[in-house]
Design a protein around this ligand. Structure first.
Ligand code: NAD
Length: 578
């Protein structure tokens, strides 16, 4: 029997939990523990008398006490550890506290601070969470999956730790990311924490520093690659399909050479997607749709320069092309016409057909050499961003290169000479990698630039750009998309995740952009509103899934109800002993 189940109190009609555990075991169960909020009646019924200080605290007091303690922590890493400790003791309180201070705490439990924690993982490790499936478990992965603490899993986030947030191969430290992402599923979309499962696939690490670290807690072995890696993943996925047939799986932070092939290989076998590619594409597309609406323009008429042409950029580019084609209905652009509006630049310069060193990922976006033959450029062997900008006069500039300062004054000035409101998204994370600071972009364009960033930035004071009011900067944060996608997939009983569902998610997010009401407002809604954003995204995703034939048709109002019913609120329920 499970340790708890929902029930209705026959006399009051109130929803309660029937709970099997008692005493110390109840206090040690993070999903059931309420700490000092257990009432006197509950303390009597569950054998807790004397195990807690006499005071019965309200949740408000618990929040105040924990926030005070949180503020007392000296560094971001201490704050991260404090919050993880709370998550391990009392999950309801953890999510309640996070939802009260979401803008302040999201950067701690997720990027950028989770990156630092992942780098130090073997040194700060305290308690296990989720599953660690090592290469040494091959042949018995089903058995490992069966050990998952909960059986009714609806969302899995899995990584092999090879490319963590632009920090590279962190080996077992990569586990910090699935744990953090799943916390966002709960925080932003109300996915019940007991139905989430973080998984780390330990196929070794090529990070020499980790291999030499005596405290390293992963498998001390170079990375397994090639056919052996493929067979290991195959066994893992077959096991997931068998053990958790209703789960959606999110691929997370796999290296560039594995990310797309894994997604393509398995996307027809289970409900899965890759957030680095598809989630990033959708949130950026949402920002672009809002920005072009501010400019009363169509997406298909934009000239878009993308600086950095890796996983993030090509994911974004793919979704832009699909949307440009879709936008005009029968009179829309062809895919080739749409692609001709995109100018991708990687470390070797502008991507064009005359180059022999283009990666497979970006090849579909190579511009024909003939199109640029009459350009003025400083170096034909590596056509730089400035040359691209002065030859095509872009309306949009997106940065996913992790090269700080790449959007220099001269480049931004040149772009802004030809466009009333240039759209500029320096998306690289963490903050130190951003291509330009929002304050610089606004100063150099006298406040005309429409800016969104990958990392969070403070408001820009009006004196910087000669405005009347501070300018808030929207954060192009994947958390606006993936939790809502998950919610829509679960509530809509969706069988497969299609690319079109991400475009639907982007359009839904765009509809909630504050900039549509007020042209100098941020492109993205405030984080405080994220639960309603996720709900809106979930509905759009589930409806699109029905249209695409990957979910059974259900009327819109039933879907809305299913979505609301699924959203867990981090509030204490009354317990009854069974
Ligand atoms: P990636 O390694 O796949 O791609 C990096 C790209 O930058 C490559 O095409 C590389 O050639 C190019 N590049 C590197 N140095 C360059 C230079 N000097 N000049 C021109 N191009 C150069 O990485 P990725 O997964 O695409 O992530 C890139 C960045 O985007 C990271 O900083 C990441 O944090 C950020 N990102 C932001 C979001 C978001 O804002 N929501 C989402 C995903 C990724």
């Amino acid at each position: 029997m499970s340790l708890y189940r929902k029930a209705i109190d026959e006399t009051t009609g109130e929803e309660i939990l029937e709970v099997l555990l008692s005493g110390r075991m109840l206090l040690d169960h993070p999903l059931l523990n309420k700490g000092m909020a257990f009432t006197d009646d509950e303390r009597r019924a569950f054998g807790l008398k004397g195990l807690l200080p006499p005071k019965v605290s309200s949740v408000e007091e618990q929040i105040a006490r924990n926030y005070e303690n949180y503020k007392r922590q000296k560094t971001d890493l201490d704050r991260f550890l404090f919050l993880m400790g709370l998550q391990d003791r009392n999950e309801t309180l953890f999510y309640h506290l996070l939802s009260e201070y979401i803008s302040e705490m999201m950067p701690i439990i997720y990027t950028p601070v989770v990156g630092m924690a992942s780098q130090l993982y073997s040194h700060i490790y305290r308690r296990p969470r989720g599953l660690y499936i090592s290469y040494r478990h091959r042949g018995e992965i089903r058995e490992v999956l069966a050990n998952a603490p909960n059986k009714a899993i609806s969302v899995i986030v899995v990584t092999d730790g090879e490319r963590i947030l632009g920090l590279g191969d962190l080996g077992v430290g990569g586990m910090g990311i699935p744990v953090g992402k799943l916390s966002l599923y709960t925080l932003c979309a109300g996915i019940h924490p007991a139905t989430t499962l973080p998984i780390f696939l330990d196929v070794g690490t090529d990070n020499q520093e980790l291999l030499r670290d005596p405290l390293y807690i992963g498998w001390r072995h170079e990375r397994v690659r090639g056919a052996e890696y493929g067979e290991f993943i195959e066994e893992f996925i077959s096991g997931v399909i068998e053990t958790f047939p209703n789960a959606m799986l999110q691929w997370e932070d796999f290296a560039r050479q594995n990310a797309k092939p894994l997604l393509e290989r398995f996307r027809d076998r289970l409900c899965s997607f890759n957030d680095d590619i598809q989630g990033t594409g959708a949130v950026t597309l949402a920002g672009l749709l809002s920005a072009t609406r501010v400019n009363s323009e169509k997406l298909g008429r934009q000239r878009i320069v993308m600086f950095g042409a890796g996983s993030a950029a090509t994911g974004i580019a793919g979704q832009i092309v699909e949307t440009m084609v879709d936008e005009g209905g029968d009179e829309g652009l062809t895919a080739d016409e749409a692609r001709s509006n995109l100018w991708l630049i990687d470390i070797g310069g502008l991507i064009h057909t005359g180059r022999s060193d283009i990666e497979d990922l970006s090849r579909p976006f190579a511009q024909p050499l003939e199109r640029i033959s009459d350009w003025q450029v400083s170096d034909w062997s590596n056509i730089k961003l400035y040359d691209v900008v002065r030859n095509i006069h872009p309306t949009v500039l997106i940065g996913t290169s992790a090269q700080p300062g790449a959007f220099a004054y001269a480049i931004v000035q040149e772009m802004a000479r030809f466009v009333a409101r240039p759209i500029i998204f320096p998306l690289s994370n963490p903050t130190s990698r951003c291509e330009a600071k929002p304050s610089e972009l606004l100063e150099w364009t006298s406040g005309r630039a429409i800016v969104a960033t990958g990392s969070p930035f403070a408001d820009v004071p009006p004196e910087v750009f000669g405005g009347m009011r501070p300018r808030r900067i929207g954060q192009c944060n994947n958390a606006y998309i993936f939790p809502g996608v998950g919610l829509g997939v679960i509530a809509g009983k969706v069988r497969r995740v299609t690319d079109s569902m991400f475009i639907a998610a982007a359009r839904a997010l765009c509809e909630m952009s504050p900039a549509l009401q007020e042209p100098v407002a941020p492109l993205f809604p405030p984080l405080d509103a994220i639960r309603s954003v996720s709900k809106h995204v979930a509905l759009a995703v589930a409806l699109e899934a029905q249209r695409a034939g990957v979910a059974e048709p259900v009327p819109r109002d039933s879907l809305e109800k299913a979505i609301s019913d699924l959203m867990w609120e981090p509030r204490y329920m009354r317990y009854r002993k069974v």
